[in-house]
Design a binder for this molecule. Structure first.
Ligand code: GCW
Length: 715
């Protein structure tokens, strides 16, 4: 009896301490033992020839070693003899052994891609991982590890991969004081850390490994609302240290800069981009940076937007401002990413402004400038049409900016898998060059001949142990990286990979979780902003519903009423020809399709039209009823997600299960909050009843309107 008790105590307290606590810290690189059947497929592969090379190759080798040690019963044996090895990794394999088709395959994988191939040498089966560069070896090795992690058979392989975008970046909106703008996973991993740098090394390496595992090859370390101090020597040195750390992982560092830096930290009279002194200042600054960071990536600039300084302060254009920096960076191969996120309070429809300001400048930007355009014309809403700037600037490289952090999708409290949102945008047809001119193709170099192709994602990473606040928000970091590498991947395939690597291979777990993930974004759209509604959230925090907000001195285009225009007549933003005519910025046949409520996709109908409450939708329902059904459906979906998760109890570790369960509870409660707030408020205009078969709202409008939102527990 006593013995049993001791065993029980041991199993309750000691064993969990020995086992790795599942905090989420290891992201999708947990490398826990693979199921037996998967192990047996890879069992013949533990003798490895890993061609010696640079620090990047060493990183890849260490990773493979770590992965095998964790996932397989037997560790790796490194050989220096090709014959004795079953897995051959290196750039020079084709020179060392005759392998059919390898040379040709390598010609197709560019400077960062890789080949993974089954081959036979002297009658013995081998797997080859090869590439044209060390970076390719790094990515090929990670791809091989991913195959193991996801249980893919290593038979008959003939994989040739090449990234779709050359530059695949994360943008950190991290302030130098350690806070993160729109960050919901704790403080900055980069700035204002009390711990000494060396003790954080492993943490940064995990960050770097995670990025390398999906192919992210650049990172902007500070907020686009840039502190000019970042260009002082002290900070350049700090950037250099990060650059040294990230370099082996093929990650370059970039910096957001403040346009007024010459005046603010350089002591110049002003920062006019056409003044020689100012141009010289930038040249010297850039030289100083490259002295310390020879492979520095370049600058990201938010100018003349939301109060940031810019060339327009001196009557100059965005192109003149960008070109000044581009000239300074050009001798070193650096680039400027110039953001097109601009809108002025006095301007006409905010959705039109980026196009209006940038398209006329097409052809005026230097070769090493890329204009960075948010996916939608307004601002990272749960659903927007694609930005009409895509495809409209034939002579200017454009890059797409997605937001991985969930500023408008429930922060890190709501589960919203974003790959479907990103795919929706990437696959939208702009028609600029006839059918098939998708947003992806207008930016990846396949339609327009451009020197650089690039993509950026605003990071959701912070100092939280699990990196992203919500365990499922890790999937958004992962999926963004995977799509940046290959935008043709399917959102559900990416989700399955991630679930298997992050949680479990068990089909009874994978399937329901996939289901949760794949319906999650649409659920959020439905309970927040269905049918093309947008920007209904609290005007400063962007979290909960505040469609009623009216602040006297606030800019009208920060307030929800500007966007929903609810009145006794109806609801929606008229962007048709008879309204702001934003439709005009799209190519035919989209323009006409969006212009007519009868042909406009209904999931965007209130984005483009202001319609009466009794407008007949294709379902036969009135607009009001349809709106109600969408909001209620969103809540049902959140409840279903919660139920589905509850059923998975016991299938994974307790820590992460409980954490996600807790978050889903919040999400469901808040879905109801959103639904009730929006419908009860809109009802004051429509005067129509909520369909009787739907449950009654749980809240009272006045009580909701009085709620004071407390930001503190959401960070
Ligand atoms: O979405 C808005 C955010 C701002 C952000 C801005 C931008 C960094 O609310 O916090 O500022 O966009 O993208 O520049």
């Amino acid at each position: 009896m006593r013995f049993k008790k001791i065993l029980l105590i041991l199993s309750m307290f000691i064993i969990p301490l020995i086992a790795f606590p599942e905090t989420g810290e290891r992201l999708w690189m947990r490398y826990s033992p693979l199921p037996d059947d998967v192990q047996s497929r890879y069992a013949g592969l533990f003798s490895v020839y890993f061609e010696p090379g640079s620090s990047t190759v060493n990183v890849a080798k260490d990773e493979l070693n770590k992965a095998f040690r964790g996932m397989m019963e037997e560790g790796l044996q490194f050989q220096d003899n090709i014959r004795k090895s079953s897995l051959l990794i290196g750039k020079g394999i084709s020179r060392k052994a005759e392998i059919e088709g390898l040379e040709e395959a390598l010609k197709k994988c560019g400077s960062e891609g890789y080949v993974i191939k089954s081959a036979e040498i002297d009658g013995r089966k081998k797997i080859i991982v090869s590439a044209n560069s060390d970076a390719g070896i790094l990515y090929g090795t990670f791809a091989f590890i991913r195959m193991m992690q996801t249980g893919r058979s290593p038979e008959d392989l003939n994989i040739i991969e090449k990234p779709e975008y050359d530059l695949r970046l994360l943008n950190h909106w991290d302030n130098l004081d350690g806070t993160v703008e729109r960050g919901y996973a704790g403080h900055s991993i980069w700035w204002n850390r009390k711990k000494d740098y060396d003790s954080l090394k492993e943490h940064y390496q995990t960050y770097a490994r995670a990025n390398a595992s999906v192919g992210i090859n650049g990172t902007v370390l500070n907020n686009v609302n840039a502190d000019p101090q970042v260009l002082t020597h002290d900070y350049i040195e700090k950037f250099a240290r990060f650059a040294d750390l990230l370099r082996p992982y093929n990650i370059k560092v970039y910096m957001s800069v403040n346009f007024s830096s010459p005046a603010i930290i350089g002591g110049l009279e002003d920062s006019d981009p056409l003044r020689e002194e100012v141009r010289q200042w930038w040249k010297q600054k850039v030289a100083e940076i490259y002295e310390l960071i020879p492979d520095f990536g370049g600058f990201l600039v938010k100018a003349n937007s939301e109060g940031q300084p810019g060339p327009q302060d001196y009557g100059r254009t965005h192109a003149e401002g960008a070109n000044m920096m581009a000239e300074a960076l050009e001798p070193y191969g650096g680039i400027v990413m110039w953001r097109a996120f601009v809108y002025s309070p006095s301007g006409d429809d905010r959705a039109k402004q980026a196009y209006n300001e940038f398209v006329p400048l097409d052809g005026e930007f230097h070769e090493n400038v890329i204009v960075q355009v948010k996916n939608g014309p307004v601002d990272f809403q749960p659903r927007e049409p694609f930005s009409p700037v895509f495809g409209a600037m034939e002579h200017t490289p454009l890059m797409i900016e997605f937001q991985i952090t969930q500023e408008y999708l429930g922060f890190s409290d709501h589960l919203a898998y974003l790959a479907p949102l990103q795919k929706e945008c990437l696959e939208s047809d702009t028609y600029v060059n006839g059918p098939g001119s998708t947003v992806a193709k207008t930016t990846d170099g396949s339609i327009f001949n451009q020197t650089h192709s690039a993509i950026a994602g605003v990071a959701n990473i912070g100092r939280d142990t699990n990196w992203t606040g919500h365990h499922f928000a890790q999937a958004n970091w992962y999926a963004y990286g995977r799509l940046a590498w290959d935008h043709t991947l399917a959102a559900d395939d990416i989700a399955v990979e991630w679930v298997k690597m992050t949680f479990s291979h068990e089909p009874d777990f994978v399937q329901p979780v996939l289901n949760i993930m794949m319906r999650s974004r649409e659920a959020v759209v439905n309970y927040m902003t269905p049918l093309g509604l947008h920007h209904l959230m609290g005007w400063s925090h962007h979290y909960g519903p505040e469609p009623w907000t009216d602040i006297e001195d606030a800019r009208p285009d920060w307030l929800p009423r500007y966007y929903h225009n609810a009145s006794e007549y109806g609801i929606g933003f008229d962007r048709s020809e008879s309204g702001s005519n934003a439709v005009e910025q799209y190519s035919e046949p989209l323009r006409s399709m969006f212009n007519n409520p009868g042909t406009c996709p209904e999931n965007l109908i209130l984005w483009f039209h202001h319609l009466p409450w009794d407008y007949r939708m294709s379902s036969g329902l009135t607009l009001w009823d349809e709106l109600c059904y969408h909001y209620y459906h969103g809540v049902d979906e959140a409840r279903l997600m919660q139920k589905q998760w509850d059923r998975l109890a016991g299938m994974i570790d307790r820590e992460r299960f409980d954490h996600v369960q807790h978050k889903l509870k919040i999400q469901t409660r808040e879905a109801v909050w959103w639904r009730d707030a929006c419908l009860l408020y809109f009802q004051t205009f429509s005067g129509m009843p909520i369909p009787h078969e739907l449950e009654r709202p749980e809240h009272d409008l006045e009580e909701l309107m009085e709620l004071e939102f407390d930001m503190t527990h959401h960070n």
